[in-house]
Every structure is written in C-alpha cells, then in structure tokens.
Design a protein around this ligand. Structure first.
Ligand code: SAH
Ligand code: SF4
Ligand code: F3S
Length: 484
C-alpha cells in the first residue's frame, strides 16, 4: 500500500459530482412529492464516527436531510467496523433487515463502507448475497463518496470501489457536519503502524499518516470560535503523531490548552509504549485538558504482550500509571483488555487480574479475543476454547465492575464542574454530563434553578457545578449547585 496525496483533480471531480447529485435528488424529490432523507448507521470507534460526520457533510451538500423517525431513508449508508466478529455479524443482520425496503423502493440507495470493506471476504459476501447494495467503498476513499454515488446511479448496478492506496486527505478538504453541537471530533492522524498481532485495524486503515500541524491548529481555532466546548483529538496512537516539521502530540496539546473556549480537550488512544512524561505534565497543569487517561493494557502478562507485539512490560505500564496517579491525583484511568489471546494460560490471566487490582481502573472496555483472519494471531496455535474465554471474561468483569462502582462512590460528597451533554425532554429536571475526569453524571435541577423555556438541547455544552449525592454501578447521581 502506498501513501498518496489526494490530487486536486480528484477533489474537483468530487465537487462536480456533488453538483450533479444535487440536481438528480432535487428532481427525485419533486417526483416523490416530499423532501429526501438519509440514514447513516455507524459501527466501531470514534474514527468511524468522525468519518460519518464527513459522509453527513457530503450528503447534506447534495440536499438531503437526516431521517430522524424511521430506520431507513432514501439513502442508507452502513459505516462498518471489523475489529471483532460480532461487529461484522451486526452488519449482515442489518443488511438482511432492510432488504424488503430496498426491494420495495427502486430509488432507494444502500451503501456500505468502513473498515470491513478492507477484508475481501466481506466484499465478496456482499457481492454474492446482497445484490441490493448499490455501492461499496473503503475508508481511505471516503472523500470520494459523491463520485461513487453518482457512478452507481449511472451504472444502475452494484459498484465496488476498493483502493489499494492510503490517501492523505486533510479533513479541511471534506465537508463535515458534526453530530453534537458542543463536541468536535478531530482526527490528528489516520491509520496505524503497530500491527498488534490480534488487530485488523492496520489492514483496514492502512499506514500511519499524520495530519498537517497548521491545519489541525487552524481547525481547533475555528471550532473554538464557533462555540464548541469539547474537542476530541483522535488517532489509533496519538502519541506517535509526527507533524511535517517535527511537531509532536505535545505541541498539539500545548496549543489546545491555550484555547480557553474549550472546557474539555480529550484524546484517544494512547499507546503505553509511546506516552511521554510531558503529556502527563500537561494534563496535570492545564485547566481544560481532561484529567482522564485511556491507556490500553490488553494483557497483564509480559509473555502475552510480547506475543501480541505490544512492546512494553507490565512494569513499565505500572510506572506510567503511578506517575499519572501522583501528578493528577483527581484523575481517572480507563483501559482496553483482551481476554483469551491464543496461548493465554490461567497464570497469564491472573497477571491481568493483578494489574486490574493494582490500577483499580475507573472504567474499562473488556473484550473476548476475536480471531481476525489475515492477522498474525489468527494463525497461532493453541487458540483458547470459547468456554474458557467466557469464564475468564466473566471473572474479569466482576472484579473490574466493582472498581467502576468504587470510583463512582469516591465522588460522592464532592462538588465538581460538569459539562452537560444533554437531557431528556420527558424529564426536564434531569440532565446528563461528564466531569473532567470523564465520570458520567446524572443530576437534578432544583426548582428555583430550572429554566422553564429550555429544552434538553439548549443545555448541551453548558457547564455546571454539581454536588454528587449517590453512586450507581456506572454513573454518579448529583444535584445542580449552579450553572456556570
Ligand atoms: N488503537 C487503539 C485501539 C483500537 S481497537 C489502541 O491501540 O489503543 C480498540 C480495542 O479493541 C483494542 O484496544 C483492543 O482491546 C480491542 N481489540 C482489537 N482487536 C481485537 C480482537 N481481535 N479481539 C478482541 N478485541 C480486540
Ligand atoms: Fe490495533 Fe494495536 Fe494499532 Fe491499536 S495500536 S489499532 S490495537 S494495531
Ligand atoms: Fe473498528 Fe475500524 Fe475503528 S475496525 S474500531 S471502526 S478503526
């Protein structure tokens, strides 16, 4: 796979396709006697969410609106994830469900993109079993979606366009419509070079490409000026960001920490092999960078980490954790853990439980190992039987859940700043938000502080001081002290 900068002529072709599609859909809308809608179903991680915001931008630029009340629109796009088998199964299940809608409406367009499309077997399956899918393309070419859409309409038969290149297309060259009015997802790099032996992402997303530093900072400044309160800097391994003039992730954090319009600067993921002391120092000293570190452990056994091609030891990992806990005493740590990697013994698994008991994660994403064809681990002998994986997974979950609960209990009695993410219109006196340490909070508004003319949406992105009153297994309850 080669890394190729997108050409100006490709982007011009894309813009011409947008103009053509606008005319086509406007005529179709007249013929149908109603406005046309789209629906995007997004699976997987925040990078896929960010890609879906680009699809949204392009769909809105051709004149369609999001369909809110039904599951299908005039265009339905599935933005897929290949990281575990169950994500893949969900796609095929959902494609089956929309078959009757697609057959009933000859004008309806079904598209499938995302990481699963980089696995040839998945594309073959769609070609063979889902003929009503109109277009298939890969994440590297998301910027060319309008061209594929137009070409599939012209051809009137399934169009499959999977590239073998890794395009560098800066986010500033693609229209973006953001899902949340207070939160902006900002990829700072694409792809991954780490090739952890269990993981499909490097195959799906291609080689690591860092975005231009100036472009990132300019985007952040614009977001701040446009009133965004939270920014999420995204990459498979943000600590290996390398700008064209040697800029580092720390340089991005330094700039973002000066942008006081943001109340939260979040980032993920950090690879334990690359996180630097400086990142932790900035977290400790800034006022807007979250005090939450997502540090995927994967396994607490050095032997398994080596087999996973994760070049750090448990000792080094724990050193980073200690450093963070000392320098950011009110901070929180979350992680990703895989149970049942090939060859994992009970002793290795005990190593994972040991780390969990030492770190006492504030939250954790725990996964049963899922064999990913094409990866190195898929070919390893001694794959672990499903019942053993399940049993270990259950034991891990029980221990870890207790730490989540304890972390929530530790908040009770404190008063902290919460960034409001929304509420529900049916219970207007209850709002939801997160602390700077990423704890999820549901809080009530006392009668005298209620804003009768506000809907749930109006609260989004506001800051509030909240007193925490009660802990739940996965959240904290509280009461509003004041809106900030
Ligand atoms: N780049 C991020 C993770 C991206 S994938 C990082 O390295 O931190 C998110 C998580 O999915 C991984 O951290 C891992 O825990 C899990 N995962 C990846 N491949 C998996 C597999 N084959 N089976 C089970 N879990 C997997
Ligand atoms: Fe996958 Fe490892 Fe890359 Fe994360 S760092 S995306 S786990 S290969
Ligand atoms: Fe899934 Fe692709 Fe993200 S495989 S986890 S959507 S990078």
């Amino acid at each position: 796979m080669a890394i190729v900068s997108v050409s100006g002529s490709d982007l011009l072709a894309r813009d011409e396709a947008i103009i053509e599609l606008k005319e086509y859909f406007s005529a179709l809308s007249v013929r149908k006697g109603r406005p046309l809608t789209y629906k995007i179903k997004t699976y997987g991680c925040q990078l896929n969410e960010a890609d879906s915001e680009k699809l949204t931008g392009m769909l809105e630029s051709i004149g369609l609106n999001e369909c809110v009340d039904t599951e299908v629109g005039d265009i339905v796009i599935f933005n897929t994830c290949a990281v575990r088998e169950n994500a893949e199964d969900r796609l095929f299940g959902n494609l089956g469900i929309i078959k009757s809608d697609a057959k009933a409406d000859k004008d309806m367009i079904v598209g499938v993109c995302g990481c699963m499309m980089k696995v040839p077997e998945n594309v073959e399956k769609i070609q063979k079993s889902f003929p009503y899918v109109d277009l298939v393309f890969d994440p590297q070419q998301i910027h060319m979606f309008p061209v594929f859409l137009r070409d599939s309409l012209r051809r009137k038969k399934q169009l499959v366009n999977i590239s073998s290149e890794d395009y560098i297309v800066d986010d500033s060259l693609v229209p973006i419509v953001r899902k949340r009015k207070f939160r902006a997802l900002v990829p700072i790099m694409y792809g991954c070079n780490n090739f952890c032996t269990y993981c499909i992402v490097p195959y799906a997303r291609g080689r690591e490409r860092s975005r231009d530093f100036y472009s990132i900072i300019t985007e952040l400044r614009n977001l701040e000026a446009n009133g965004y309160k939270e920014v999420m800097l995204l990459g498979q391994n943000v600590n290996s960001y390398k700008g064209p003039n040697g800029e580092t992730f720390v340089d991005i954090l330094k700039e973002a920490s000066k942008m006081t319009g943001f109340s939260r600067v979040r980032f993920m993921s950090s690879h334990p092999k690359d996180i630097s002391d400086e990142v932790i120092d900035i977290m400790a000293n800034s006022t807007n960078i979250e005090t939450h570190l997502h540090l995927p452990l994967q396994s607490g056994s050095d032997r398994i980490l080596k087999l996973m091609n994760r070049p750090y030891t448990v000792e080094k990992y724990l050193k980073t954790v200690d450093q963070f806990r000392t320098k950011v005493p009110n901070g929180s740590i979350s992680t990703d853990i895989i149970v049942g990697f090939p060859g994992e013994t009970e002793e290795d698994f005990q190593g994972t439980l040991d780390v969990v008991n030492k770190v006492k994660y504030d939250s954790a994403f725990t996964f049963q190992y899922s064999i990913r064809p094409g990866t190195v681990a898929a070919k390893m002998e001694n794959q672990i039987p499903a019942d053993v994986v399940k049993d270990r997974f259950g034991r891990l979950l029980e221990i870890q859940n207790d730490y989540v609960y304890k972390s929530n209990q530790a908040k009770v009695g404190l008063t902290e700043e919460v960034l409001i993410e929304g509420g529900s219109n049916t219970a207007p006196d209850i709002l939801t938000g997160r602390t700077r340490s990423n704890h999820l909070v549901n809080f009530t508004i006392p009668k005298n502080l209620q804003k009768p003319d506000f809907t749930a949406d109006d609260y989004e992105g506001m800051l509030a001081m909240v007193k925490f009153t009660h802990a739940r297994p996965y959240s904290v309850d509280g009461e509003l002290v004041e809106f900030l």
